[in-house]
Design a protein around this ligand. Structure first.
Ligand code: FAD
Length: 246
């Protein structure tokens, strides 16, 4: 299977995750790591990057915000979506962390649920003893994957801007509380740039190593067009996951 060429996949299931987010489950597995992405293509419309939210079978979790995500939402079982990938550098699964915190803002939770499953699949002696999942959203209705993380045995910390579920505030507020407890040895995050910048400050102050998945305006996915430059690096090749040294 060539990652650089688009190939068609059939949708076998469409899971409604919340009022504006669905997971499209495809009829194929993909050899990939959590944090990697694929380019989804609807011929005649557009091609855009999406985090891989599961590998077996390959799944994508899509929030409806504009024309392309709207078109993906309109697809159901039997529909076809084309994809290229996997691309990019994913999260480190083999770091040996024992009590990680996973921080997801909005659909940023999508690659983190896949990461939690991979961390828990490690051999017993290197498996985390406790995984915290901080899930941030505007309201309770916008929260994503609280049940999925709880089902994996993670300690779920919901946080909403209007206080309708969990802590009232933003994901960084809950992450600060979890970090203050002093046991966390690695932070993984995916979400809006402002959230990631604030988390980078937090982890440096606490000397906790972190991996942050950055979003960018991304066109080719393979380092040719340069549209996704972040400083002197390319999000599609060097990222989307970047390490923050403690
Ligand atoms: C590496 C990477 C991974 C990504 N993974 C996912 C994923 O797993 N799931 C997913 O749903 N999207 C993901 N995206 C975003 C996705 O590629 C599209 O940008 C998104 O679906 C919007 O496309 P659109 O044409 O529907 O709307 P657009 O017309 O591009 O956007 C409509 C409006 O919504 C705003 N907007 C765009 N995205 C969002 C958002 N997520 N939340 C709130 N407002 C937004 C835009 O600024 C614009 O004002 C990822 C992007 C990158 C770079």
């Amino acid at each position: 299977m060539r990652a650089d060429l688009p190939q068609p996949a059939r949708i076998v299931e469409r899971l409604v995750e919340n009022h504006r987010t669905v997971t499209l489950v495809l009829d194929t597995p993909l050899d990939c790591s959590p944090g990697q992405f694929a380019m989804l293509w609807l011929p005649g419309l557009d091609e855009k990057p999406f985090s891989i939210s599961a590998d077996e079978p390959l799944s994508f979790t899509v929030s409806r915000v504009g024309p392309f995500s709207e078109a993906l939402h309109a697809l159901g079982p039997g529909g076809t979506v084309w994809f290229r990938g996997p691309f990019g550098r994913g999260f480190g699964v083999e770091t040996g962390c024992r009590e990680p915190v996973l921080v997801g803002g909005g659909y940023g939770a999508a690659p983190l649920a896949f990461l939690a499953r991979r961390l828990l699949a490690r051999p017993n002696r290197t498996r985390p003893v406790r995984i915290h999942a901080v899930l941030g959203a505007r309201t309770a209705a916008d929260l994503l994957f609280t049940g999925r993380f709880a089902g994996l045995g993670c300690e779920v910390h919901p946080v909403t801007e209007d206080g309708t579920a969990g802590l009232r505030g933003v994901a960084t507020d809950a992450a600060r509380q979890v970090l203050a407890a002093g046991q966390v040895d690695r932070l993984f995050a995916c979400g809006p740039g402002g959230m990631l910048d604030a988390l980078a400050v937090l982890v440096r102050a606490r000397q906790v190593p972190a991996e942050l998945s950055r979003e960018a305006y991304l066109r080719c996915g393979v380092g040719v067009c340069g549209a996704c430059a972040h400083g002197d690096r390319l999000v599609c090749l060097d990222g989307p996951v970047f390490e923050v040294a403690p």
